[in-house]
Design a protein. Structure first.
Lengths: 337, 123
């Protein structure tokens, strides 16, 4: 293919493309990239990204790629002035060049925001009639009613509670997705926090005749900076899952370890386990495994999704090991700093 | 003497339930549909506590709260916010403006709300 032909194709691509040569100087830029970044070819060609780092749009690209044009995959870049959201990917070409691809995702993002807004408004609006039902049922249940009526009211209360839970969980998910759910970090003793969570479950553990063993480090742990409410939620979710998915008589082991620069939490159960083919979906939104049907547990499939987001926002990791019929172990780590 | 509670809430049903629960506890309950009416009721008789919704037609609950906290006649009346919009920033705003607490209506039973009220009004 001759160069002219190549360039005309290169310039009709809807993705923006930049090529940096082996010395990290910009050697090629196509029309879309120029449009996205608001630059003229003669201003930028032959320059390194650092030399361009005071340019109003290129500086953001510099923050993402650095002087060396490090490899990134689908990193989001919002250019507010140009009303654009781009997805940045960079890779190495043979002969030492670097290729940077800018993919315009502004439209998708706008649709996503509308969707989020729509769900948020709907969920909030639902709370009013749901509160109305909740309070009406509360008043009704204090009346002198026949047993059959009382039972129905209890059922309605249950249904109402579930709807409210779903609304609350949806709003939590949205908060996390909008990035609005900033962490409120404070120094806390994670051991105490876990003990507090456990306390709420002692009755349930007894009722289900589950053996429950807890092991904390022998040495007192240093306090770590965490969002107490959110980490409590994660511990609660994992403990609740272990209880729900372990048949009566089973065992649950909770373990906290100190690994020098991080703490590692694990909770192992001898429950129903997670099917191999379902394991990759466990942290997905709204996913509920077949174990849920088996154990007749209820839930929206949002808690583990949120748990993952929370742990990752703390700079930690969350994962699990499971074998169907044998049990599951969930782990998470939190960095000390 | 009976203590008076003023409910400012635009949803008729919710007002009715709150009134029912609070009257049963022996409180005298006054109702207002929006901030405007809230002010009128406030002037008729100074309540011991205000239950305040945030999303109201016209002036918002926040506006109402700001105004009464700036009025020496009323600034000492405790205000309990009951709203279904409870984003973190809303809650912080409400508390900063001087509300005693900020409750998401749908997440509390009438019983729990009554307990909160009692606690605030404890002599």
């Amino acid at each position: 293919m001759n160069q002219e032909k190549f360039l005309s194709i290169f310039n009709t691509l809807t993705d923006g493309i930049l090529v940096f040569d082996a010395k990290r100087k910009l050697s090629l830029i196509n029309t879309s990239a120029k449009k996205f970044l608001n630059v003229k070819e003669n201003e930028v060609l032959g320059k390194s990204i650092k030399e361009l780092s005071d340019h109003p749009t290129l500086k953001f690209l510099y923050y993402i790629l650095g002087e060396e044009i490090r490899e990134v995959e689908k990193r989001e870049l919002e250019l507010k002035k140009n009303d654009l959201i781009l997805e940045v990917t960079s890779l190495s070409l043979p002969f030492g060049e670097k290729l940077v691809i800018l993919h315009d995702i502004s439209r998708e993002k706008r649709v996503e925001r509308l969707k989020t807004e729509f769900i948020s408004v709907t969920a909030h609006q639902l709370r009013t009639p749901l509160a109305s039902m909740k309070w009406a049922l509360e008043i009704l249940s204090k009346e002198n009613l026949k047993d059959a009526s009382k039972q129905m009211i209890e059922k309605l209360k249950e249904a109402n509670k579930k709807m409210l839970q779903l609304v609350n969980e949806l709003l939590n998910v949205l908060k996390i997705e909008e990035g609005k759910s900033q962490l409120r970090l404070e120094k806390a003793n994670i051991e105490d926090l876990i003990k507090e969570v456990i306390e709420n479950y002692t009755l349930l553990l007894e009722e289900k005749k589950l053996q429950f063993q807890v092991k904390f480090p022998s040495k007192k742990l240093p306090k770590i900076r965490i969002d107490k409410n959110k980490i409590s939620f994660v511990v609660q979710t994992l403990l609740e899952n272990a209880i729900s998915y372990t048949p009566p008589g089973g065992e649950i082991y909770l373990n906290l370890e100190f690994l020098g620069n991080e703490v590692k939490f694990s909770i192992r159960d001898t429950g129903v386990g997670i099917k191999k083919e379902e394991q990759k979906y466990i942290f997905q939104k709204f996913f509920r495994g077949s174990g849920a049907k088996k154990m007749k547990t209820e839930g929206s499939g949002l808690a583990l999704y949120m748990a993952k987001k929370i742990i990752e926002a703390h700079g930690g990791k969350i994962w699990f090991q499971s074998e169907e019929g044998k049990g599951t172990t969930f782990y998470f780590t939190l960095p000390l700093k | 003497m009976k203590k008076t509670i003023l409910i400012i809430e635009d949803e008729k049903d919710l007002r009715f339930f709150l009134k029912t629960a609070l009257s049963q506890e022996g409180y005298e309950v006054k109702e207002a549909f929006d901030a405007e009416e809230g002010f009128e009721k406030l002037k008729e008789k100074k309540p011991d506590l205000i239950l305040l919704d945030i999303l109201l037609p016209g002036k918002s609950g926040f506006d109402f709260l700001t105004q009464i906290k700036a009025d020496p006649n009323f600034e000492s009346i405790p205000v309990l916010i009951l709203s279904n919009y409870g984003r973190q920033e809303d809650i912080e705003k409400g508390l900063k403006l001087g509300a005693v607490d900020y409750l998401i209506k749908a997440n509390f039973t009438l019983e729990e709300i009554v307990q909160k009220v009692k606690k605030i009004l404890k002599p």
